[in-house]
Design a binder for this molecule. Structure first.
Ligand code: SRM
Ligand code: SF4
Length: 563
């Protein structure tokens, strides 16, 4: 497969392929095979409704094909007007459910092939695009959601957009195909960063501003940790080689937390990102896509060799990493004020799905707020939404709307507020089990268990994915459920609350009844044996020592199976 994809990219004439012909083909709802690969670089995936596969097969019908489009929104920031426009496009061409992703952007599902072009044109009209939303390029750049607390914070925030721009492919294919832009000669433009073969695999960058780690900095290919002293941005610690994806049963695949390799000043940070990207372009595995991410490249090269190569290309030595401390990863659901006196409200969105629930009408509330321009919008890396730049005069109006639609609902537990679930079924072709459609009901049962042991005030990070690819960054959670088959999950425990230690598999392929029985035991022990302020993941890690090399669990405190 890697060979195929490499060839498709190489021969694509700057990502053009035959996408236009595929779109014009009225006989099928899908694209030609090669174009299915190339359209990802334009931010879109061909999918089909997996809930309807059987029935359509019985009726000898083609699968119910449609497309998902993922936007490029560095740091998740858009205006009120853009939000209203996006929602209108989503209602018109998509399923009506705008989905906030774990990378601080949004995607629209269910777009028919014939509607791809008008949808992209809608994005363009409102000043947005989906270039490099997916594909073997740099993806949406994430940044801490609380940047405007000081001047230095907004400076950091701006780097997300600058890095995203600097690392975009130069090809004008997007404009030609979707926006009726001027057709060039048909040959690919010169692209010094990506050349003709792009990267061996996807590439991800996030920026954290300690003490917040909402974008899970150590799970990124490049994690930039801002160093701010006396309100002045000194630069960034550079962490490289994070990644989550694994394959069940393939022990050569693994999640990895990024390694801190040094420090750079702000004027060098974009070059540093570009050079790391080009090292990955030149050294990454192009034979096996499974092992093509930067984490494998770095482990193969060795961290010292990787760092030496980076310094050679930059022409300077990296500085020694500066001290930093994270104290929080989940979103803060309070009202935060910035240095100019503007307020920010973070609102819970169940697994990022902006849709009205019976007692929680988030879509209606957001539309009402945005239509009156009471606030701009920021998506967070925890699939939630922030109302930004709120003036004092508009606060009572916003709060009345939040009250009216049940948004300030104190019944949402702290664990639920922090939980992440990936899309999984019905659209993800790789899903082996449910995630976002199932986790809400499982969380209700986990909430009840926490209440049973008087642990309701404890936020425990719970993440669920429908397969081991790790789209909700499950390996960095305190409790993770990784889908193995319908209704069955690997349960992983012992990650820390701040995203600085990976968890380990404790139980393989278990169902809900087993999950709840086991958690009952763990919570009971935790409630009695924990140290003061000890988080659940830290407790599990301390009590059930794990050997790093084999990944096997050595239980010193007691036999886990007895739990
Ligand atoms: Fe992901 C593939 C959804 C964040 C690791 N991911 C997919 C696809 C496109 C399935 C496919 O290849 O056809 C999923 C589409 C489902 C759908 O119907 O929408 C999908 N990934 C998502 C999103 C929407 C999950 C969500 O509920 O928010 C996230 C979109 C982020 C974005 O805006 O760009 C999403 N994916 C992630 C993350 C988390 C992150 O980036 O912080 C990861 C783990 C970090 C990492 O990359 O290591 C992640 N997705 C993967 C992988 C495994 C990559 C690997 O290195 O092995 C795949 C499979 C692949 O690439 O072959 C994948
Ligand atoms: Fe699909 Fe797996 Fe990603 Fe979930 S983790 S969205 S099931 S690829």
């Amino acid at each position: 497969m890697a060979g195929n994809v490499e060839l498709i990219k190489e021969q694509s004439r700057g990502l053009r392929g035959t996408i236009e012909q595929s779109i014009d083909d009225k006989l099928t709802g899908q694209l030609a095979k090669g174009d299915q690969v190339l359209i990802k670089f334009h931010g879109s995936y061909q999918q089909d409704d997996r809930d309807r596969r059987d029935i359509r097969e019985r009726k000898k019908l083609e699968r119910a094909y449609s497309f998902m489009i993922r936007l490029r929104i560095p740091a998740g920031d858009i205006t009120a007007k853009q939000f209203c426009d996006l929602m209108a496009t989503c209602d018109h061409y998509g399923t009506g459910v705008l989905k906030i992703t774990t990378r601080q952007t949004v995607q629209i599902h269910g777009i028919l092939k014939a509607h791809l072009k008008p949808t992209m044109q809608d994005f363009d009209k409102t000043g947005l695009d989906s270039i490099a939303g997916c594909g073997d390029v740099n993806r949406n750049v994430m940044a801490s959601a609380y940047p405007h607390l000081s001047v230095a914070h907004s400076e950091v925030f701006d780097f997300a957009a600058k890095i995203s721009e600097a690392l975009m492919p130069t090809s004008q294919a997007y404009s030609e195909i979707w926006l009726d832009g001027e057709k060039l000669s048909g040959e690919a433009e010169h692209d010094p960063l990506y050349k003709t073969h792009y990267l061996p695999r996807k590439f991800k960058i996030g920026i954290a501003i300690p003490p917040h780690n909402e974008c899970d900095i150590f799970t990124q290919d490049i994690g930039l940790i801002a160093v701010i002293e006396d309100d002045k941005l000194l630069g960034f610690n550079i962490a490289a080689g994070g990644g989550m994806g694994t394959t069940h049963g393939n022990v050569k695949t693994y999640p990895r937390l990024a390694t801190i390799v040094g420090f750079v000043t702000p004027d060098r940070v974009i070059d540093t990102c570009a050079e790391i990207l080009m090292i990955q372009r030149d050294f990454g595995n192009r034979k096996e896509r499974t092992f093509a991410r930067l984490k494998y490249t770095i482990d193969k090269m060795g961290v010292d060799h990787f760092k030496a190569e980076l310094e050679k290309r930059l022409g300077v030595k990296l500085g020694p990493a500066k001290p930093f401390r994270f104290t929080r990863r989940g979103d803060i659901f309070d009202i935060v004020r910035d240095s100019e006196g503007l307020s920010y409200y973070t609102l819970y969105v169940e697994h990022g799905r902006i849709v009205d629930l019976p007692h929680y009408k988030i879509k209606t509330a957001l539309l009402e707020i945005a239509a009156q321009s009471y606030a701009d919008i920021r998506f967070t890396g925890n699939q939630n939404i922030m109302l930004t730049h709120v003036k004092e005069i508009d606060k009572p109006k916003i709060e009345a709307i939040l009250e009216k639609y049940g948004i300030w609902d104190s019944r949402i537990s702290r664990t639920r507020q922090d939980a992440l679930a990936c899309v999984a079924l019905n659209t993800c072709p790789l899903a082996m089990a449910e995630a976002q459609r199932y986790l809400p009901s499982l969380l209700t049962k986990i909430d009840a268990l926490q209440a049973k042991y008087n642990l309701s005030q404890q936020a425990i990070s719970v993440r669920m994915t429908g397969c081991p690819n790790g789209c909700a960054r499950p390996y960095a959670a305190e409790i993770a459920f990784v889908g193995k088959a319908m209704g069955r999950y690997d349960m992983r425990l012992g990650g820390d609350h701040l995203g600085q230690r990976l968890n380990k598999i404790f139980h393989e392929g278990i169902d809900e009844a087993e999950i709840l029985k086991l958690l009952d035991g763990y919570f009971s022990d935790y409630a009695t044996d924990r140290r003061q302020h000890e988080a659940f993941g830290d407790y599990i890690h301390r009590m059930h020592m794990m050997t790093e090399k084999t990944g096997k669990i050595e239980t010193h405190a007691r036999q886990l199976e007895d739990a």
